[in-house]
Write a protein that binds this ligand. Structure first.
Ligand code: NAI
Length: 465
């Protein structure tokens, strides 16, 4: 196994459970981007920023007055690092318990079953695999040549989750998932936020109605969102601040002064330079394509996770890891899921599974859409979070569910019901007939399905049919 991220470590553990002998080579720390500086650390900071804002700005409305609320970024970092340590330690424990050997070092593929590992101490070890090699090397932050990372004022996501000082002004290049999640964090902690996005919309590809809710909240709190714009370079001012130059297209330019620039323009796959091309493994712009069983074009070499292509999501990597482990052990398994859900931890959260309305229409499907706002849910009022809605997209002829799009509180947890419904080929009637406990946010899913059928109880069904 080359790579110990959420693809590689899950695949290793499952192989261990299946009594296969596994050596997992990881060049940094088990857990990969996800546990060390991606998914989990960012969610810790997001949750801290949410708590801070709730107490500071929303408490009074509930009758809670917290004077002298303040942020200690050092303490917060220590807390976050503690979570990372617990999780990576947990993975190491699961490796031991399942007989997986961990080797820390840099791996290169030297033959169809041969891997060479260079350790930090300079030793070189050759590993001969009897059955298979799995490539799970993930992806790396894309750097813009005119914004070279300096670890202080020009940073990527890795540094952004480790700041020990809240920037006064933060400019984010890229209005995608990372830019908006971390932008929301530092905005809540008091940074003046500017987001520069190259395309006409934030979070390209996400249902625009969902994105609009997040954008409205960001701008209401003072963020400046500049779309159709590219950051081309910067000059450093005498006081240390940065004057970032923007190309707004059609011959127009602008300059924004900031203290810190977060570059979040995507991730590139780590498939090149591993020795794969030399063995005839197809590597396309760094991606290592694999089929429904996780096989590359060369027998015995498998690939999973970010390195295989979009979507670059931890849970997709893990599921692919499980499938490949079964395949290597000789069991029947395949990447045959209906939908890969995605959760975006902005404020409010967005979570999606399956087709958007536009994607369904592009496929020539006539759709039925059901919606239900959080503002009509008693529980949403009780938790003081009423922005957003549930939206279900179904086939108009059969009422089979095609997609679920949620923007609002706890959307990231609520989407699992949508993903399950899609996997089970549920109809709107199935969701509408399922008793959802009251008072919960999940009732919105049931009501949205019923709205699609024309009879949601707690709103007027003006869009019915
Ligand atoms: P992204 O692809 O989500 O967003 C990058 C954004 O930058 C796009 O909107 C793009 O149009 C814009 N952009 C590109 N070049 C630009 C330029 N020169 N100037 C201005 N804007 C420009 O990539 P991001 O946010 O870096 O995330 C990387 C990956 O990590 C994604 O594949 C995402 O799925 C994954 N991720 C997932 C999370 C989650 O599931 N909650 C959290 C964070 C990351």
């Amino acid at each position: 196994m080359i790579g110990g991220g959420p693809g590689g470590y899950v695949c290793s553990i499952r192989l261990g459970q299946l009594k296969q002998k596994v050596i997992c080579v990881e060049k940094e720390e088990v857990g990969g981007v996800c546990l060390n500086w991606g998914c989990v650390p960012s969610k810790a900071l997001i949750s801290a920023s949410h708590t801070y804002e709730k107490v500071k700005d929303h408490g009074a409305g509930m009758g809670i007055f917290a004077d002298n609320v303040r942020v200690d970024p050092n303490k917060m970092q220590d807390w976050k690092n503690g979570i990372v340590k617990k999780l990576t330690g947990g993975v190491r424990g699961l490796f031991r318990g399942n007989g997986v050997e961990l080797v820390i070092g840099n791996a290169t593929v030297k033959g169809p079953r041969t891997v060479e590992v260079k350790t930090a101490e300079g030793t070189v070890e050759t590993i001969e695999a009897t059955k298979a090699i799995v490539i799970a090397t993930g992806s790396s932050t894309i750097e813009i040549p005119t914004f070279k990372f300096d670890g202080k004022s020009i940073i990527g996501a890795k540094e952004a989750v480790s700041l020990r000082e809240v920037p006064k002004r933060l400019l984010v290049i890229g209005g995608g998932v990372i830019g908006l999640e971390l932008g929301c964090v530092y905005q809540k902690f008091g940074a003046e936020l500017t987001v520069v996005e190259a395309t006409p919309s934030l979070l390209p590809g996400v249902d625009p109605e969902c994105t609009a809710v997040v954008e409205k909240r960001l701008t209401k709190k003072g963020a400046k969102i500049i779309k159709n714009a590219k950051a081309t370079g910067y000059e450093r001012n005498a006081d240390g601040s940065l004057a970032v130059k923007l190309d707004l297209g059609e011959g127009k330019y602008d300059t924004v002064v900031t203290d810190v620039v977060l570059v979040a323009v995507g991730m590139r796959p780590n498939g090149a330079g591993l020795g794969l091309e030399e063995l005839g493994v197809k590597v396309e712009r760094g991606f290592v394509p694999s089929d429904h069983l996780g096989r590359t074009n060369v027998d015995g070499i498998y690939a999973i996770g970010d390195v295989t292509g979009q979507p670059m999501l931890a849970h997709k990597a893990s599921k692919e890891g499980e499938v490949v482990a079964e395949v290597i052990a000789g069991h029947k398994a395949a990447k045959d899921w209906v939908a890969i859900p995605a959760a975006i931890f902005t404020d409010p959260e967005i979570a999606v599974a399956g087709l958007t309305e536009a994607q369904a229409k592009e496929k020539g499907i006539e759709v039925r859409v059901g919606k239900f706002p959080f503002s009509a849910l008693g529980r949403a009022m009780a938790v003081n979070e009423t922005d957003g809605f549930f939206k279900v997209v179904a086939d108009k002829k059969t009422n089979e569910l095609l997609g679920v799009h949620i923007v609002g509180p706890e959307a990231s947890d609520l989407i699992s019901e949508g993903a399950l419904a899609l996997e089970m080929h549920a109809f709107l009637e199935d969701i509408g007939l399922t008793i959802h406990p009251h008072p919960t946010l999940g009732e919105g899913m049931m009501e949205a399905a019923m709205n699609g059928l024309g009879h949601a109880i707690h709103i007027l069904n003006r869009n019915a049919g």
